[in-house]
Design a protein around this ligand. Structure first.
Ligand SMILES: Cc1ncc(COP(=O)(O)O)c(C=O)c1O
Length: 383
């Protein structure tokens, strides 16, 4: 066989999928591995997609996406952060946040570059970076409540650093950055010659606080890429709509990667996203109310079980420390699945700094969460 790209051999199936695949084969198992909402998508999004199909809106759009959709994104950013991003030059609509991650890194990375990622972190970044021959430098955030500190960031920067990536609210911990915390990070980063990539895909899944963006800080805007999308906010992971915003120059290059990769996002999905962003956010508020109630329940139960755990402010994940029971989270999750038929994601899937933890998703229903807690408690009592 001809040889493969040497970097692909480094890339394996993620831990989240592995446990989700196993649970699918087990009867009466409970799946808390989900990374997506269990709610149906709001009807107005579905209607807009159906109408687009019925009206034969099935041709390519502008590579950067429908101008009306980009305008809706621009309006949203202005409403949220009082900063104007020009719909013609500063926004590209991508196939989910996933393509946005790939497009940005292919725009900036050369072989041998280093990218700093506060961790535990989403498992979608490292494989893309490995494929590009970059090196990931994980910052250990465990002793600072999963929040990257300015000092830790400063220490991780070397002459090879090309970018730093922040994902908040964070998958898998559910923690988020406050305005003050972002400001302190900006102070360290503003004079560094490195790009800042922020993945804010969970910005709307936020519970006790307001989401703030690096966009609000002018000092770093000329080297900032922001990723967002509708997958998590509007329960439409399968529609595949995300976006990148940045400077006109950087967006020109991101557009090049995007257009040779996929030309544009599926047109009916773009109409669905347009409908989502031009409706009020009552559907999001309703879903968040339910997630918050589940978060509160899950947090209380885990505390009562004696597991050290941070209270999440966003996303739909909670990340208890199970190291007192087993330091090997993969073994712990496998035993839990086999004994109690409860599927969770081992923390080791989220870098070495996730080890000793498990990720539970509260995108599952309340009934499932209650039963999952009962099973976990029983498991811990006999483990
Ligand atoms: C932090 C983070 N970024 C990006 C993505 C990918 O999002 P999308 O489905 O929009 O591609 C996910 C999905 O789980 C995620 O957790």
């Amino acid at each position: 066989m001809p040889s493969l790209n040497k970097n692909i051999l480094e890339v394996t199936i993620p831990g989240t999928r592995e446990f989700a695949n196993k649970v699918a084969q087990l009867e009466d198992a409970i799946d808390l591995t989900l990374g997506q909402s269990g709610f149906p998508a709001p009807q107005y999004i579905k209607d807009a997609m159906i109408e687009a199909i019925e009206n034969d809106k099935l041709r390519y759009t502008h590579n950067r996406g429908l101008i009306e959709l980009r305008k809706a994104i621009s309006d949203k950013l202005y409403n949220d952060f009082s900063v104007h991003y020009d719909e013609k030059t500063q926004i590209v609509v991508t196939n989910g946040g996933s393509e946005a991650i790939d497009d940005i890194f292919r725009t900036i990375i050369n072989e041998g570059d280093e990218v700093i990622i506060p961790s535990p972190s989403y498992l979608g970044y490292e494989p893309i970076l490995k494929l590009l021959g970059a090196k990931v430098i994980n910052i250990d955030t465990r002793s600072t409540h999963f929040i990257p500190t300015p000092d830790a960031v400063k220490q991780a920067i070397t002459s090879k650093t090309k970018a730093i990536l922040f994902n908040y609210p964070t998958n898998p911990t559910g923690k988020t950055l406050s305005y003050e915390q972002i400001k302190a990070l900006v102070e360290v980063l503003k004079d560094e010659d490195i790009f800042i990539v922020t993945d804010e895909i969970y910005s709307e899944n936020i519970y006790d606080t307001k989401h703030h963006s690096f966009i609000e800080f002018e000092d770093v805007r000329d080297k900032l890429f922001v990723i967002n999308g509708l997958s998590k906010s509007h329960a439409i992971t399968g529609a595949r709509v995300g976006y990148v915003v940045s400077t006109p120059e950087l967006i020109t290059h991101v557009t090049s990667v995007h257009l040779y990769n996929s030309i544009c996002v599926a047109t009916p999905s773009q109409y669905g996203a347009l409908s989502a962003l031009t409706h009020d956010d009552s559907a999001i508020k309703e879903m968040n109310k339910a997630y918050k109630a589940r978060r509160d329940y899950l947090y209380e139960r885990l505390i009562n079980m004696g597991l050290p755990v941070e209270r999440p402010n966003g996303a739909f994940y909670i990340f208890p420390d199970i190291s007192a029971y087993n330091k090997d989270s993969y073994k712990f999750a496998t035993d839990l699945l086999n004994t109690e038929r409860l599927a969770v994601v081992p923390g080791s899937a989220f870098s070495q700094y996730g080890e000793g933890h498990i990720r539970l998703s509260f995108a599952s229903t309340m009934e499932e969460i209650v039963e999952a807690c009962n099973r976990l408690e029983r498991f811990l009592n006999s483990y």
